[in-house]
Write a protein that binds this ligand. Structure first.
Ligand code: FAD
Length: 352
C-alpha cells in the first residue's frame, strides 16, 4: 500500500500569494500541503510598505515567518523544498515531487513568483538605494535625486512616473542603445529627465549603507538617494508549462479571476500571474483562489446526481465533510481560542 501523503490542495511556493491560498483552503476544511523553496521577492523586503495592519519595521522574513506559523496552526503541512516535477495521474490527481517529499494532490496551486533580472555591478544594496518595486518605494524618494536604470520602454516610462515624486530623475542606460519608441523619446524630450549614456565606473555609499553617488566613465559624478533597475522579470513557469497551462505573451501564467489556469485542477496566483506585483494584490488573489478551491472541492451540498450515487440520501454520519485531522485541529484551536485568560482576578463584590 502506498504511503505517499494525500492532500486535496498542494500549494507550490510560500510567498504572500501561496500562504494566503493555503490559509483559506486549510480553514475551509481541505487537507493542504505547502512546499516552498524559500527566498522569493517578499523575503527580499527590508521593510514592508502598503500592507495595512503591518507596520513598516516588519521585514519580509518576519512577515513570512508569522504567516507560516498561522497556516501550520490551522493544520496545513509545511515543507521547505523545491518542487521539480508535477505529473497528472491516471485518476486525474497529481503526483508532486520535491527533493525530500512526494505528495498526491487533487489540486495544485502554483505561487512560484518571478526573479527580477539584475544588472551588472556596481550596484547599491537592495533597500539602500536599489529598489525593485515602484509602488512600494516611490514614496521614499519624494524630493530626492533618483535614477532609473535600463534602456527599454519600461525604464523611460518609470523615469517619467518618478516625476510625480521628485524633480530630479535620470535614466542610466549604462552604454546600451535606447530601445524605447520614437513617441516615448518625444515624451522624454518634453519632460525634465536627463538620460545618461555613460557606463557606471564606481559608486559611493554613506556610513548608513545608503547609496550617495555614481561616478561615470565620462568622469562625471552624480548624486542619488536611490533608484529602480528596469531589466524585466524571469517568471518561474516551468511547472505550469509542463502541465500544459497557457502563458500570456509577457511570460505570466494565464488565469481567470479565481486563479484557474487552462489546465483543470491547476491554479496560479501572485506575481506569476498578470497584475500589479504587490503583497496586498498577491494576498487578494490567494484569497479568491483558496475560496474557489473550496467551492470546487467541498463535499456538501451534493448535487442530485451525487445523491443518487449515494443511494438517494446522505446519512448524518457522513457529515461533517472535513478530514479527521483538520477537524481535530479545529476543535483544539477553537477550545484554545475560547479558553478563559489564565490570570483572572476575583470579581469585585457588588455595592448593594
Ligand atoms: C525588494 C522588494 C521589496 C518589496 N517591497 C514590497 C512592499 O513593501 N510592499 C508590497 O506590497 N510589495 C513589495 N514587493 C513586492 C512583493 O514582494 C511581491 O509582489 C510579492 O512577494 C509576490 O508574492 P508571491 O507569493 O507571488 O511571490 P514571492 O514572494 O516571490 O514568493 C514565491 C515563492 O515561491 C517559491 N518557489 C518558486 N519556485 C518554486 C518551486 N519550484 N518549488 C518550491 N518553491 C518555489 C520561491 O522560493 C518563493 O518563496 C517588494 C518586492 C521586492 C523584490
Amino acid at each position: 500500500m502506498s504511503t505517499t501523503p494525500e492532500y486535496e490542495v498542494t500549494v507550490v511556493g510560500g510567498g504572500p500569494a501561496g500562504l494566503t491560498t493555503a490559509l483559506y483552503t486549510t480553514r475551509l476544511g481541505h487537507d493542504t500541503a505547502m512546499i516552498n523553496r524559500g527566498g522569493g521577492r517578499a523575503a527580499m523586503m527590508l521593510d514592508t510598505h502598503n500592507v495595512i495592519g503591518v507596520t513598516e519595521d516588519v521585514s519580509g522574513n518576519e512577515f513570512l515567518q508569522t504567516a507560516r506559523e498561522q497556516i501550520q496552526a490551522y493544520g496545513a503541512d509545511y515543507h521547505q523544498d523545491f518542487v521539480s516535477d508535477i505529473e497528472r495521474r491516471e485518476d486525474g490527481r497529481f503526483d508532486v515531487t520535491a527533493g525530500n517529499v512526494e505528495v498526491v494532490s487533487d489540486h495544485v496551486v502554483l505561487a512560484t513568483g518571478f526573479s527580477d533580472v539584475r544588472p551588472d555591478p556596481p550596484l547599491p544594496r537592495t533597500g539602500r538605494g536599489l529598489h525593485w518595486c515602484l509602488h512600494c518605494d516611490a514614496y521614499m524618494f519624494v524630493d530626492q535625486p533618483v535614477f532609473v536604470m535600463g534602456a527599454g520602454e519600461a525604464a523611460a516610462k518609470v523615469a517619467m512616473i518618478m516625476l510625480n515624486f521628485t524633480d530630479s530623475v535620470d535614466v542610466l542606460t549604462r552604454g546600451d542603445d535606447p530601445e524605447w519608441s520614437e513617441e516615448t523619446q518625444r515624451q522624454l524630450d518634453g519632460h525634465p529627465v536627463d538620460v545618461i549614456h555613460s557606463e557606471i565606473e564606481s559608486m559611493d555609499k554613506g556610513a548608513d549603507g545608503w547609496l550617495e553617488s555614481f561616478t561615470f566613465e565620462s568622469g562625471e559624478t552624480r548624486e542619488y538617494r536611490g533608484g529602480f533597475p528596469m531589466y524585466g522579470s524571469d517568471y518561474n513557469t516551468a511547472l505550469a508549462e509542463s502541465l500544459g497551462a497557457d502563458l500570456n505573451d509577457d511570460g505570466t501564467i494565464a488565469v481567470d479571476d479565481h486563479g484557474q489556469t487552462s489546465t483543470d485542477g491547476v491554479y496560479a496566483v501572485g506575481d506569476i500571474t498578470p497584475g500589479h506585483n504587490q503583497i496586498p494584490t498577491a494576498m487578494g488573489e490567494g484569497a479568491r483562489c483558496g475560496i474557489q478551491n473550496h467551492y470546487d472541492l467541498r463535499t456538501f451540498p451534493m448535487s442530485v446526481e451525487e445523491l443518487e450515487e449515494h443511494g438517494g440520501e446522505v446519512s448524518a454520519d457522513a457529515a461533517p465533510g472535513i478530514s479527521d485531522k483538520l477537524r481535530r485541529r479545529a476543535l483544539e484551536h477553537n477550545a484554545e481560542a475560547s479558553a478563559p485568560p489564565v490570570d483572572m482576578t476575583e470579581p469585585e463584590p457588588a455595592d448593594d
